[in-house]
Design a protein around this ligand. Structure first.
Ligand SMILES: Cc1cc2nc3c(=O)[nH]c(=O)nc-3n(C[C@H](O)[C@H](O)[C@H](O)COP(=O)(O)OP(=O)(O)OC[C@H]3O[C@@H](n4cnc5c(N)ncnc54)[C@H](O)[C@@H]3O)c2cc1C
Length: 493
């Protein structure tokens, strides 16, 4: 069996080595988890509730950075990628480059995936297993997954292929949070490569070209109508009193790329001397300052004073920051894999972000937005926080545990600045979990979970089928950690 490396991880190079590790764990009663690029809630990834695997943990934490190869099937326009392959370059992993990333390699073949998430640092395995996706109802990476290869909890290898039979365990494996096995490779049906063109517009809520809270009319589409009509989109809502703005990023595929096509990259932050870094340093400093003025529980005189200063100070700074965007929409055009991930240049050290993400039936969009507006009005900064709330959409698919299982959804993704004091699970997310309960949400598996197992279970028609498959694939619960036991209500064996 391979040994644990200095960094505390096992780095297998072959499936056989993974099988050996799992067999060893099953025999010894140990846990096994796999790290992708580490973007999910940490305890959803590792064998314990800690930030990174400690060297003396007897359990097995696997890093698949030696399993990143990509193989092309030219006849069927399919690509099979080992699960450790990153979608794009992961700036935190020194072994990850643009050239060894999946999206770049398929683009070089003249192929593409039909969508990407807002960032492309994730691994193939991690992106798929948490049900991640971009903001689109017309396109979805989930539809392009045609085969999955995995090692089960007994150390045996299985191949799963997509069929029309929705009872096929393939549909249980696709979004399975690492609980059914270690994914070793995934095969995607590719589409032809394409370029995109788009625009980002910033406005007050009232002046927004979308009727964010109503049924639409007077030349404005309703939010769900807009999401149905636009190919790719996402909204950033600044709900704080005195700001009340919305940033609408939208794009579509070019049917045919003109010969003189020149990429014009999108900038999430204003570019100063060709770099977005100075603006991120400024934003990071400001968010820290906002946090100082906005203590989680302001009991002291100073704390209360901070709250009073926060409102005018916050609106001054944020309105100033957004002013030029309000005046001039940002036009961009790009190659698909560079244009669609609009948040890819965020520097996590400066702007660490945490989230919970609620996926709700698309038909409830206007009601959800009204409920949120009311909550923000009633709760002030306690409810809005000092960051934005991302609003986007995702297309229905057939993976049993996908938060968009058999329904198109609107996604509510409140951001929490990672350097804030306080625990967002206690002081920030519960407002969303409670207020939006009546709309039957499902939660993004890679982001913070509420722990309300009964509620979540009721939202997933194939929950019991998934749990039966889990028992079959992993009878000794090698992949079940305390975190997943707690959040999915899995009893000890
Ligand atoms: C800045 C940022 C932006 C984001 N943008 C989006 C977005 O636009 N859309 C969206 O839907 N989500 C988004 N996410 C969430 C992100 O896509 C998910 O957290 C995703 O799971 C991360 O992939 P990863 O490679 O980092 O996997 P990890 O987070 O490392 O792992 C995800 C889960 O899969 C397990 N796992 C990973 N690989 C394997 C394997 N081969 N076999 C078995 N188990 C495995 C892990 O143990 C863990 O439970 C974002 C997250 C961040 C931090």
């Amino acid at each position: 069996m391979i040994s644990k490396a200095e960094d505390g991880f096992y780095h297998p190079t072959t499936e056989a080595e993974i099988c050996e590790l799992v067999k060893h764990a099953a025999e010894q009663g140990l846990k096994v988890r796999v790290r992708g690029s580490g973007h999910s809630v940490q305890s959803a990834i590792y064998t314990g509730d800690f930030k990174s695997p400690p060297r003396d943990d007897p359990n097995i934490n696997i890093y698949l950075d030696n399993m990143i190869s990509v193989c092309f099937d030219y006849e069927h326009k399919q690509v099979t990628a080992e699960a450790g392959c990153h979608l794009g370059k992961d700036p935190t992993d020194p072994t990850s480059t643009i050239k060894n990333s999946l999206l770049y390699q398929i683009d070089c073949k003249g192929w593409a995936l039909s969508d990407t998430g807002g960032i492309i640092h994730q691994t193939v395995g991690g992106f798929m297993l948490s049900g991640s996706s971009g903001g689109s109802l017309s396109d979805s990476v989930a539809w392009q997954i045609v085969a999955i290869r995995a090692v089960d909890g007994l150390g045996n290898i299985h191949d799963f292929r997509k069929t029309d039979d929705l009872n096929n365990p393939f549909y249980g494996m696709g979004v399975s949070m690492g609980l059914l096995g270690i994914i070793t490779s995934v095969t995607f049906q590719c589409v032809d490569r394409y370029d995109i063109i788009g625009v980002e517009t910033t406005s007050s809520l009232k002046e927004c070209a979308i009727d964010l809270f109503g049924p639409g009319g007077n030349d404005k589409p309703s939010l769900d109508g807009y999401f149905r009509d636009i190919q790719y989109s996402r909204l950033l809502w600044y709900p704080q009193e005195g700001v009340g703005k919305v940033v609408v990023w939208e794009a579509h595929k070019l049917d045919k790329t003109p010969e003189n096509f020149k990429p014009k990259h999108y900038h999430l932050f204003p570019s100063i001397l060709g770099s977005e870094l100075p603006a991120q340093i400024f934003a990071s400093t400001m968010f820290k300052l906002f946090d100082i003025l906005n203590p989680p529980e302001p009991t002291s005189k100073l704390g209360k004073l901070g709250r009073q200063i926060l409102k005018p100070f916050y609106s001054l700074i944020v309105n100033y920051f957004l002013a030029s965007a309000v005046l001039a929409p940002q036009q961009f055009q790009d190659v698909w894999w560079q244009g669609l991930p609009m948040d890819n240049n965020v520097n996590y050290k400066l702007m660490p972000t945490q989230f919970t993400e609620l996926w709700l039936p698309l038909s409830t969009a206007a009601d959800v937005m009204q409920e949120l507006r009311l909550a923000y009005e009633e709760g002030g900064f306690n409810a809005t926080g000092t960051h934005t709330c991302e609003i986007y959409m995702s297309a229905s698919n057939n993976f049993w545990m996908s938060p968009s299982y058999q329904q198109d959804v609107i996604r509510v993704d409140p951001f929490w600045f990672g350097k804030n004091r306080g625990n967002p699970n206690e002081v920030y997310y519960p407002m969303y979990w409670e207020r939006l309960k009546k709309f039957n949400y499902r939660l993004h598996w890679g982001k913070a979970l509420s722990g309300d197992v009964g509620y979540l279970k009721a939202q997933y028609p194939r929950w019991d089928d998934f749990m039966s498959l889990r028992e079959h694939m992993d009878p000794h619960q090698v992949f079940v950690t305390d975190y997943w036991r707690r959040n999915l209500g899995i009893d000890a064996d």
